[in-house]
Structure formats: structure tokens, C-alpha cells
Design a protein around this ligand. Structure first.
Ligand SMILES: Cc1cc2nc3c(=O)[nH]c(=O)nc-3n(C[C@H](O)[C@H](O)[C@H](O)COP(=O)(O)OP(=O)(O)OC[C@H]3O[C@@H](n4cnc5c(N)ncnc54)[C@H](O)[C@@H]3O)c2cc1C
Length: 305
């Protein structure tokens, strides 16, 4: 008699669905703990134009995985956080800046491009003993009390004692396991762009709080031909996000669109600071159309928050 699919399946202790940042980190962690792990999914290339700010526990976890030196080399430290009220209120509070050293730390955290973090994790996963990477999606899930059987799009099957669903917001594994989820939509979308600018960011993250949501510039490390770079996350209402993205189909125009808001906000902040005498020399200068075009790494995306 021919074996059933679950009898023919290759066995492992933990099967991680999804090879994004969370999936790869989990797979490396389980393998380092001594489990036989399979990590399934195409290498993550989503989130171009997006960055992630890594704070204390994330840094500690990446250190425990042994990947921190590779991540740190491609990340920018955040030593200061600057908050600017850009709501246009009559009685706006003055801009305020916090420094990590005020709480006895060198940095608040580190900012890195999603793609760079996925690269570092992918390189570590490729050489991690006990971890097998398969670059195919899971097509079918069968959950049984003792083991789950997972069938890949290429026909291979695996049996696992533990299934880790790291397959994103829509999570097919969560749906297949019958785990319900509560979702709440916010009337906000974020336009995300990587920009080059003329003046250094000084390792300071700057948040302009507008009536539609935050407009946040977060430091990035230098890239070839772009010594000063930041990522922009600009939250706005969905209608405005769609029209901004439509008008900014390429990286250069994204940069200049981003600069329009930045310019207005920065002008207000500069006016406020000159009234109050606070130093704004580290605020990135608005990127010019030419400097945005020069930034070969620029990319943009809109994301639902
Ligand atoms: C604008 C913005 C800014 C953010 N900033 C921060 C920040 O500063 N700090 C922070 O910590 N977080 C931040 N986040 C959140 C962070 O980006 C997400 O939490 C993170 O990207 C989620 O990663 P993930 O690996 O869980 O999921 P995803 O990146 O969605 O990856 C899921 C993966 O699963 C794969 N997959 C799906 N189905 C299958 C299948 N059947 N088989 C195999 N693979 C499958 C997909 O192809 C994908 O590769 C931000 C998010 C946004 C939108």
C-alpha cells in the first residue's frame, strides 16, 4: 500500500511558515536552541522603501542570534528624538528634544532598511546548523493532535510538532489553524520613502506631529553617493496617501513629494526655533529634486497602518 502524505512527509521539530524578518529570526532562534527546523517561503523582498527601528529587546534578541554585528554595520544609531508640534495650533508647545544619554544610554535604538535586515538574517539562516531553508510557499496545512503536515507548492511535504506562523498580516497558517483574529482599521495610510538630504541628521529622529498623523524622519546610514540619508514615514488619510503615491510613481518624485511636507514643517519649526532660540542645525535640509534622484536606494511604498 502506498504511504499516505503524512507518512511520506519529512519530519522536523519546528516548521516556520514565512521567511520575512520575523520568520527568519524565529527559525534561527529555534535552530540555535537545538531543534530541527524547516523555514519555508521566498526570500523577503517586500517593504522596499521601508525601514524598521530596532529598540532594546529587538537588539538583545538579534545579539543572542549572533547576527547583530552584521545588522549594526548597516544600521544608523538614534541618539536623539525631536518632537515638533505641526498641527498649526494657536498655542503650540515648543519643539522638544530628548537625548539617549539623559536615560544613561548611548542610543535609543537603531534604524535599518527592512531589506538589509532580511539580507543579514538570510545570510545567517543559510549557514545555521539544524536549519533547512526551502524557498517555496506552503500550499496546504493539515493539523492533527500530535503533528501537523505541511505541503509545499512544489509538492514536498513536511511533518512538524510545532508550526510557527510568521506569514504576515493575512497569515494563511493562522486561518488554516482556525485561530480567529480581531482587526481594527484606522483611517490612516503611511507613505514611506528613503531620501537623501544635504545636511547631516546628527543621529536624531525628528517627528512632526500634523493634524493627519506623524511625519517622521529617521536616520539611515550613508550609501554610495548619498552621505546623508533618512527614511520618511508620513501618515495621512487614505485619500491623500493614494493621491500622493499616484503623483509620485518613481523614487525621485517620491523624494520631492516628501520634501514638500518637510519643507513646510521645517519652515515652521525653524520659525519656532528662531523665536525660542533652540538649535536646529541638525534638522535635515529639504532634499532637492536632484538630490532625491541621486539617491539610488530611494524607493517608496504606501502601507495601511
Ligand atoms: C510604515 C511602517 C513602519 C513600521 N516601522 C516599524 C518599526 O519602526 N519597528 C518595528 O518593529 N516594526 C515596524 N513596523 C512593523 C513591521 O514592519 C512588521 O511588523 C514586520 O514587517 C512584520 O514582519 P513579518 O516577517 O512578521 O511579516 P511580513 O514581512 O509580512 O512577512 C511575511 C512573509 O510570509 C510570506 N508568506 C505568506 N504566505 C506564505 C505561505 N503560504 N508560505 C510561505 N510564506 C508565506 C510572505 O511572502 C512574506 O515573506 C512598521 C510597519 C509599517 C507598515
Amino acid at each position: 500500500m502506498a504511504p499516505t502524505r503524512s507518512e511520506a512527509a519529512e519530519a522536523c521539530d519546528a516548521f516556520v511558515v514565512g521567511a520575512g524578518m520575523a520568520g527568519l529570526a524565529a527559525a534561527i532562534g529555534f535552530a540555535r536552541a537545538g531543534l530541527r527546523v524547516v523555514s519555508a517561503g521566498a526570500p523577503e523582498r517586500l517593504g522596499q522603501g521601508r525601514t524598521v527601528a530596532l529598540l532594546g529587546p529587538s537588539v538583545d534578541f538579534l545579539e543572542s542570534l549572533g547576527v547583530w554585528p552584521a545588522v549594526e554595520a548597516r544600521a544608523a544609531p538614534m541618539r536623539g528624538l525631536r518632537i515638533v508640534d505641526d498641527t498649526g495650533s494657536l498655542f503650540a508647545p515648543p519643539p522638544i528634544e530628548f537625548r539617549a544619554r539623559e536615560i544613561g544610554r548611548d542610543v535609543f535604538g537603531w534604524n535599518i532598511e527592512n531589506a538589509a535586515l532580511a539580507d543579514a538574517l538570510g545570510a545567517a539562516a543559510a549557514t545555521q546548523p539544524g536549519l533547512v531553508r526551502v524557498e517555496a510557499d506552503v500550499a496546504a496545512f493539515e493539523f492533527a493532535p500530535a503533528r501537523a503536515t505541511l505541503t509545499l507548492a512544489d509538492g514536498r511535504a513536511f511533518a512538524a510538532a510545532l508550526v510557527v506562523g510568521a506569514d504576515g498580516r493575512a497569515s494563511p497558517s493562522r486561518r488554516a489553524a482556525g485561530i480567529s483574529v480581531g482587526a481594527r482599521r484606522y483611517p490612516q495610510r503611511a507613505l514611506t520613502v528613503l531620501i537623501a538630504h544635504a545636511r547631516p541628521h546628527g543621529d536624531v529622529s525628528t517627528e512632526f506631529h500634523t493634524r493627519q498623523g506623524p511625519f517622521t524622519l529617521v536616520p539611515l546610514p550613508a550609501a554610495p553617493g548619498a552621505p546623508n540619508r533618512s527614511s520618511l514615514v508620513w501618515a495621512m488619510n487614505p485619500w491623500r496617501a493614494s493621491s500622493s503615491a499616484r503623483r509620485a510613481p518613481c523614487s525621485a518624485r517620491c523624494g520631492s513629494r516628501a520634501s514638500a511636507g518637510s519643507s513646510r514643517s521645517r519652515a515652521r519649526a525653524s520659525r519656532a526655533s528662531s523665536r525660542r532660540g533652540s538649535p536646529w542645525s541638525a534638522t535635515p535640509r529639504t532634499p532637492s529634486r536632484r538630490s532625491a534622484r541621486r539617491d539610488s536606494t530611494s524607493a517608496c511604498a504606501t502601507s495601511r497602518l
